[in-house]
Design a protein around this ligand. Structure first.
Ligand code: CMP
Length: 143
């Protein structure tokens, strides 16, 4: 069983897509174990996106991700990192396959609605940045 960090970005919140995005993960059979509606401060944004420091899109990315509320979540399931990335679609909106969240709702790489961890290691780091251990709810999904 694996966990991943998922965040509906400010554009997804503004466009009223939280419910649609959560529904796609729920219908897939993944398990929500934590959720938090919040606004990122600059420090958290810099820590979350630290690997992109120095890239041309980094300053606008920080401005954007701190511009409004986000919905941060932790999802759990077998191979959940790979499954959520498949549902989300490729970072570049033009490369995302139809049927994925980004292809269906986004036209711009900078405003691509949603972030999902790219590996189990990134997920552990990102979950630790956004959530205290006691905020992750341990429960069984009825099958
Ligand atoms: P995300 O998955 O949140 O990770 C980094 C974000 O930077 C990415 O989604 C995009 O929103 C943004 N970004 C903008 N340009 C690029 C790029 N060329 N490569 C990767 N990410 C980019």
């Amino acid at each position: 069983m694996e966990r991943t960090f998922i965040m509906v970005k400010p554009d997804g919140v503004q466009r009223g897509l939280i419910g649609e995005i959560v529904a796609r993960f729920e219908k897939k059979g993944l398990q929500l174990v934590a959720g938090k509606f919040m606004k990122l401060n600059r420090e958290l944004a810099e820590r979350h996106y630290g690997e992109h420091a120095g890239k041309p899109f980094y300053p606008p990315l920080l401005d954007f991700i701190t511009s409004g509320p986000v919905f941060a979540m932790v999802w759990q399931g077998d191979d959940v990192v790979a499954h959520t990335r498949a549902l989300i679609g490729k970072t570049n909106a033009l490369d995302a396959y139809p049927g994925t969240i980004r292809a269906d709702y986004a036209v711009h790489t900078n405003y691509n609605l949603i972030h999902g961890s790219d590996s189990a290691e990134s997920a552990a780091r990102e979950i630790g940045l956004f959530f205290a251990p006691e905020e992750l709810v341990d429960y069984e999904l009825a099958s």
